[in-house]
Design a protein around this ligand. Structure first.
Ligand code: GLA
Length: 355
């Protein structure tokens, strides 16, 4: 272990059925601190300094395991087996039709969202400290769980480096053909004040194109240029500047809630988020084709989280690196199919700084 970094492990609480759930605390040489629990492979908190060196927790969430059990917004979670939406909850694979729960109805149109009724965000993973300041979490999803075919063996590793990076790395293998799209779903508010709006945060997305959707937030299949639209974040722009413009994507999402096509391939910068008040910055890099920018439009103050904060409209935002939504039904999109012998891999790196 590098000098100054440390990992500790404690009991976080018990599930209603009595199972013990652990929480791991990763601290790096510069004092940044990440807490990760076995429940939902969730990032419970992420503390980073502002430009004056003051630490604050930047993520929405809960203080206790009991709180996390009420998490309906996927705060901090590892989402799976298929993150984002699948039209009508249906897909076919090798000539067989599969039906998944339709647990979401944007615009009144039913779809499958984030793995179904009890996705990977609501199960207990098995965690252990590994290597340099990292925790590895394992979950084996049974064949047929939530309607998906194949036993999926999933590993997610969170690592906090002394370069102030939080790496989230997912891997999966299967014993029968299936579909996979694992997604990390933290809600960020870089100000450290989770009751303040994220509309003043300055966002850059390294994407010339985005995926327009229908009213049910299902991609139409087109990769549309962002140029000349409120979806253009190729230059640093305040989120609130154009969020109320007349534009279909913003109307359907109730604000920003779409996938962008990350330029290039391999591990590359997908987005940069900056809070002008605290100076805090997150740079998100990924090896995935897309990134969903969700502006917290469904937060309505009913979820009461850490320090009794009611998470209000647009007080947190998600930058979810991923495969494209509805890719199981869209042959032109990069394929989400995983077959026996193959390994699904997804690396997402958050780099924290302040300016
Ligand atoms: C995703 C979706 C949003 C919403 C949130 C969870 O990011 O894109 O539409 O469902 O998850 O509330």
């Amino acid at each position: 272990m590098s000098q100054g970094s440390a990992i500790t492990e404690e009991v976080f609480g018990r599930m209603p059925d009595g199972r013990e759930v652990k929480i791991f605390t990763l601290t790096n040489a510069n004092g940044l601190r990440a807490r990760v629990t076995e429940f939902g492979a969730i990032l419970v908190s992420m503390e980073t300094p502002d430009c004056a060196g003051k630490l604050a927790d930047l993520t929405h969430g809960y203080d206790t395991l009991e709180g996390w059990l009420t998490n309906t917004s996927y705060l901090g979670a590892t989402v799976g087996r298929f993150g984002n939406r699948i039209a009508n909850g249906k897909f076919s694979l090798d000539g067989k039709d599969y039906s998944l729960a339709t647990n979401n109805t944007p615009g009144g149109i039913p779809c499958h969202l984030h793995g179904g009724l009890k996705g990977f965000d609501k199960v207990v993973w098995t965690g252990k400290a590994v290597g340099e300041n990292a925790v590895e979490l394992t979950y084996v999803s049974a064949d047929g769980e939530e309607g998906y075919p194949g036993t999926l063996t999933t590993k997610v590793t969170y690592m906090l480096t002394n370069q102030d990076e939080l790496k989230w790395e997912a891997q999966a293998t299967t014993d029968a053909p299936t579909i996979v799209n694992l997604v990390h779903h933290s809600y960020w508010n870089l100000s450290g004040d989770p009751s303040s709006s994220i509309n003043d945060h300055i966002l850059t997305i390294a994407a010339d194109r985005y995926l327009p959707t229908d009213a049910g937030l299902i991609p139409t299949g087109e990769l549309a240029p962002v140029s000349g639209t409120p979806m253009d974040f190729t230059k640093p722009t305040a989120i609130g500047d154009r969020v109320d413009e007349e534009f279909d994507a913003l109307k359907f999402g109730g604000g920003y809630d779409h996938a962008w096509v990350v330029d290039g391939d391999g591990l590359r910068l997908a987005a940069r988020l900056m809070d002008p008040k605290s100076g805090r910055v997150i740079e998100v890099s990924t090896d995935q084709p897309g990134i969903q920018f969700y502006g917290g439009n469904f937060l309505d103050g009913t979820a009461v989280g850490k320090n009794a904060t009611a998470y209000a409209f647009r007080t947190g935002l998600c930058l979810e690196t991923e495969g494209f939504p509805d890719s199981p039904n869209q042959p032109a999109f990069p394929s989400p199919v995983l077959r026996p012998g193959q390994t699904y891999k997804h690396l997402m790196v958050h780099r924290f700084s302040a300016e």
